[in-house]
Structure formats: structure tokens, C-alpha cells
Design a protein around this ligand. Structure first.
Ligand code: COA
Length: 304
């Protein structure tokens, strides 16, 4: 499709998956299992080969209904870096996404040392200056147990915490029907919207008088890491101090039962959740290893 100093770029098919799947994050490898690759797949996968050897992979996931897409990952093996391979790869992902009906592609990343090259790659490919959208915290080991709020947060008597795996399908239907309604959760805090399996170990729900009114939803994103993805308490109950006991119970379950298996945790807090952001900055940050901005940049694609 496209040559760069003897390298061969091509859209991947299902047959290529075993060769290329190591060239992306484990969490995105699951995308290969869900979708079949091909000219009309919502997953765009462009591979780069040096001879027979896979040396680069670019992945994007498209929503054909809205025309929006998410750039999932761009990877080039170390020996081939800094010679324009990722630039050509990203351009190929963009043109293929556009061909499949995508009008805008969103790149997101954590602003830290690990993403310096990626940020420059995006700039070189004319992505607008990225804007912050959430905070991402990283914790390793048991240090969070030392936080005073881990020991002293108490759930008011009228509320009960339950394992999310015990949610009934009737309750799930009710939550889905509430999405976006006054007092209820915006789509980005939905327990159901990521397409990844909810972590059964410490994802929790919150009930009040038999009704589900909140949740702490987590995902296992690598073999050693649990991501705390969505904390939500119904808006009219947010002054009752429920989110912190919910989060503390979830962390305690993780640390006390499985810290040897999953020694790492990441916490995602959208900036729109202003009270949680303040809590994280003042009360959680001292017990975290890192706290970074997660940023996003949307690029309008040229329509081919
Ligand atoms: C990020 C990555 C894909 C870049 O690949 P690459 O083929 O080296 O990129 P290119 O040669 O096309 O260079 C693109 C831009 O990044 C810059 N860049 C590349 N590596 C860099 C580094 N280590 N430090 C600083 N800038 C770097 C280049 O200088 C260029 O910017 P410029 O035009 O302003 O000089 C590659 O480093 C990689 O695979 N990293 C690991 C995976 C990763 O972090 N992916 C991004 C998140 S999904």
C-alpha cells in the first residue's frame, strides 16, 4: 500500500492478528477478539512490515453512526523509531478511517514522560493542542491503606454496598433507561459503555431502599493492573458522603484479597466531577505514586 525505505504498510486482516497483536496494549488486544478485521470493520488496523517481520501497528476504533473515531494506539518497535515510521502509520490510519466514514479522530494520552514522543507525533500530524479531560492516578502496593479516609469513611445506615456481579438484569435495564436523565449519570460514567468486562473482584454497587443509586466500576486492564474507571452517586445524594466509602471499600477489597496478583491500580477521574477532583488532589494524591492529566485532541479528517 505504501512504502517507506523498504517498509510495507497494509490494512490487516484476521489472519495477521497473531503476528501483530503484541504491538499494542493488552487492553486493546481484546478488540481483536470482538471485531473481525476487514474493509467494513469498525476497527482500523494498519500494520508495518520489514520483510516478513511486523514492526509497527496503528489501531483506531470507529463509530459509524456518529462518524467519530478513537485512535487507540500507535506502536513502532524500538529499532525502527525516529525515522518517520509512526508518522506514515498514523497518516495511513487516518486515510483508512476517513475512507470508512470517519470525520474526526480523537487521540487521548496521559501527559507524562512516557508520552513525550507521542505528543510530538500528534503535533507533527497537525492534531490541535490537546486539552485536559481527566486526572489519572497510579498506585502501587498497599500505600493507600495509610490514607485516613480509608480508615474513617463510614457509609450512612440507609445505604448498602453490594458486589456489582450481583446486579440483576432488571436493575441493569433500569440503570440503562436512566442514563442522561436529570440526577443520573452522563454516558461517560455508565457502567456499561466501555465494551470491556467489568472487574468482578471489587466493582461495587450502592443501594438505597432497594434501588441502585451509585457504583464503583473497575476493569482489569493488564495482567497486574486494575483500573478504577467510574465512580458515580446519584446527584441528589451526593452531599451524603457516599462516594468515598464506596471507593474505599473497593480499594480495600482489592488490597486485602488480591494485591499480590494485581499490585497496581489506576484511577480515572473526569475533570467534570469537580468534587472528586478536589478530593483526589487534597486527600488521595499524597498516597499515589503519580497523578497526571489525561488529555485529548480531535482532528478533523480530510474526506477522501
Ligand atoms: C511514539 C512512537 C509511536 C513514535 O514512533 P516513531 O516512528 O519514532 O515516530 P516518528 O519517527 O514518526 O516521529 C514522530 C515525532 O516524534 C518525535 N519523537 C520520536 N521519538 C521521540 C523521542 N524518543 N523523544 C522525543 N521525540 C520523539 C520525532 O522527533 C517526531 O517529531 P518531530 O517531527 O517534531 O521531530 C514510538 O516511540 C513508540 O512506539 N513508542 C511506544 C508506544 C507509544 O508510546 N505509543 C503512543 C501511545 S499509544
Amino acid at each position: 500500500m505504501n512504502q517507506l525505505k523498504g517498509l510495507f504498510f497494509s490494512n490487516l486482516t484476521d489472519l495477521d492478528i497473531p503476528l501483530f497483536s503484541d504491538l499494542t496494549y493488552p487492553i486493546y488486544q481484546s478488540r481483536f477478539r470482538i471485531f473481525r478485521l476487514g474493509p467494513s470493520s469498525p476497527v482500523v488496523a494498519v500494520g508495518v512490515r520489514d520483510g516478513e517481520n511486523p514492526i509497527g501497528l496503528g489501531l483506531a476504533e470507529l463509530d459509524v453512526q456518529t462518524g467519530l473515531g478513537l485512535l487507540l494506539s500507535i506502536y513502532v518497535t524500538p529499532n525502527f523509531r525516529r525515522r518517520g515510521v509512526a508518522t506514515a502509520l498514523l497518516q495511513q490510519v487516518e486515510s483508512e478511517s476517513s475512507r470508512r466514514g470517519c470525520r474526526s479522530l480523537c487521540a487521548t494520552f496521559e501527559r507524562d514522560q512516557r508520552h513525550v514522543a507521542y505528543e510530538r507525533l500528534l503535533r507533527r500530524c497537525h492534531y490541535p493542542v490537546p486539552v485536559p479531560r481527566s486526572l489519572v492516578g497510579h498506585a502501587h502496593g498497599v500505600r493507600l491503606l495509610e490514607a485516613p479516609w480509608m480508615r474513617h469513611s463510614i457509609l450512612p445506615k440507609a445505604f448498602q454496598i453490594f458486589p456489582w456481579k450481583n446486579l440483576s438484569s432488571a436493575e441493569e435495564d433500569v440503570i440503562r433507561s436512566h442514563e442522561g436523565r436529570p440526577q443520573w449519570h452522563p454516558p461517560f460514567l455508565s457502567p456499561f459503555n466501555t465494551g470491556w468486562a467489568i472487574e468482578p473482584l471489587n466493582s461495587l454497587g450502592l443501594r438505597n431502599r432497594g434501588e441502585v443509586v451509585g457504583w464503583q466500576i473497575n476493569h482489569r486492564i493488564t495482567s497486574d493492573t486494575i483500573r478504577y474507571t467510574a465512580t458515580f452517586v446519584r446527584e441528589d445524594l451526593q452531599s451524603h458522603g457516599l462516594a468515598i466509602p464506596l471507593l474505599a471499600n473497593s480499594i480495600r477489597l482489592h488490597i486485602e484479597t488480591s494485591i499480590d496478583t494485581f499490585p497496581k491500580a489506576t484511577f480515572v477521574i473526569p475533570l467534570a466531577m469537580k468534587r472528586m477532583v478536589l478530593f483526589v488532589r487534597h486527600h488521595m494524591q499524597p498516597f499515589l505514586d503519580e497523578l497526571n492529566d489525561s488529555v485529548e485532541s480531535w482532528k478533523k479528517l480530510e474526506q477522501g
